[in-house]
Write a protein that binds this ligand. Structure first.
Ligand SMILES: *Cc1c(COP(=O)(O)O)cnc(C)c1O
Length: 387
């Protein structure tokens, strides 16, 4: 009988290996900590990986979302459509441009924004759609791109969960107008803090680069080389969003193992699917045909009506068994700020609300041993059978 894990299993613990540790040490010894040659290397690796023409490294995905909107001139009075079932930074980035976030409910099964409901939300003020590839599952990009082209809207993808994703033979990062990725500590690959924007459009790429470093003229990047002293011009009141070489040192080596880590998460995913099929839960639906799911989050929906316990009870009981879990997400329309500011009611987005009350994310890091996975399986079985 499973009692309790010896050691606490931390949710979303990254796998850091020796080559990145050595690379960070090398960077520290080089004395060049800021934006420099290693950031350029990381950007090139990422460009190659996604097939996009341009990749700009930044200090977070949030910065990438914000800058993507800034460079196309999003401002007060504009509306940006997105999902409420996302991390708050998607909506906050919209708000920081001065624009209004307009939520569209998700599909119950895929948990992604429902393209059929997007059109109803479009007004003359709508400028952008931000689909979020929830948990690593690519959104219905055919439908979203069609709607965007018909209404002359820009598509900025939040691919924080979806670095490895493919949609119908196209790599994520190469579909929408701009795509934003995250290398935050819990994400599929990590740089501590870090993000990337990919695009195929040169003017946006140049502006993201420039606006991400105070709005200094392009020449300013030579400040980071030994080509000698130069003057730069400030061309825009920009932001401090650049990535450091210390961060890129991690990314360069993590990218080499990105597919290996994905394979391991696919194995763990399969073990969970097999183990939970007869429990009062709904496992994630299979990835759609001809897509690659990036397997960032394994989210179970707990049948709270059947087991007479809340999701929070289940999370607490797993915690007591030394198993850490995550909640992705409590829909943004249920959070204080957005509720009060935009007057949302819980039932405005019924699927997002349904998921908010039932979802729990199990550990899925490539770092997990089979023993760890076995503990999670036993723990989940135990807390669901009790009630
Ligand atoms: C983590 C996350 C972000 C933010 O990424 P940062 O790199 O931490 O800024 C944005 N969107 C989603 C869906 C996320 O999960």
């Amino acid at each position: 009988m499973f009692r309790k894990r010896e050691k606490y299993l931390i949710f979303g613990s990254p796998l850091i290996e020796e080559p990145e540790i050595q690379e960070v040490v090398d960077t520290l010894r080089s004395g060049w900590l800021g934006t420099g040659p290693k950031v350029a290397r990381f950007e090139n690796i990422f460009k190659e990986y996604t097939g996009a023409k341009y990749a700009m490294a930044l200090n977070s995905c949030t910065a990438g979302l914000h800058l993507s909107m800034i460079v196309i001139g999003i401002r007060s009075g504009d509306e940006v459509i997105t999902t409420p079932l996302t991390f708050c930074s998607t909506a906050n980035a919209i708000i920081h441009t001065g624009a209004t976030p307009v939520f569209v409910d998700v599909e119950r099964e895929t948990m992604n924004i429902d393209p059929e409901k997007i059109e109803e939300a479009i007004t003359p003020r709508t400028r952008v759609i931000i689909p979020v590839h929830f948990a690593g599952r690519p959104c219905n990009m055919d439908a979203i791109m069609d709607i965007a082209r018909q209404h002359d809207l820009i598509v900025i993808e939040d691919a924080a969960h979806c670095i490895e994703g493919w949609y119908k033979g196209e790599k994520i990062g190469n579909i929408g107008d701009m795509t934003c990725f995250s290398f935050y500590v819990t994400k599929n690959i990590v740089t501590g803090e870090g993000g990337m924007v990919t695009t195929n459009k040169e003017v946006w790429a140049d502006k993201i680069k420039m606006y991400g470093l105070h709005g200094l003229s392009k020449d300013a990047w030579r400040r980071y080389s030994d080509e000698g002293f130069i003057h730069y011009q400030v061309l825009f009141p920009g932001f401090k969003y650049n990535m450091m070489d210390i961060q890129a040192s991690l990314g360069i080596h993590q990218m080499k193992r990105i597919d290996k880590y994905l394979k391991r998460r696919e194995e763990i995913w399969k073990m969970y699917d097999d183990a939970f099929s007869s429990l009062p839960v709904t496992c994630p639906v299979q990835p759609e045909h001809n897509t690659v799911h990036a397997r960032h989050l394994y989210t179970l929906l707990i049948d709270i009506d059947k087991i007479k316990k809340t999701r929070d009870d289940i999370q607490q009981e797993l915690h007591e068994l030394n198993i850490g879990t995550g909640i992705h997400f409590i829909s943004l329309h249920l959070h204080d700020y957005y509720r009060k500011t935009y007057g949302f009611k819980p039932d405005d987005f019924p699927n997002a609300k349904y998921i908010s009350n039932r979802t729990i994310s199990l550990p899925l890091s490539a770092k997990l041993t089979d023993g760890d996975v076995g503990d999670v399986v036993e723990g989940v079985k135990k807390v669901l059978h009790r009630g």
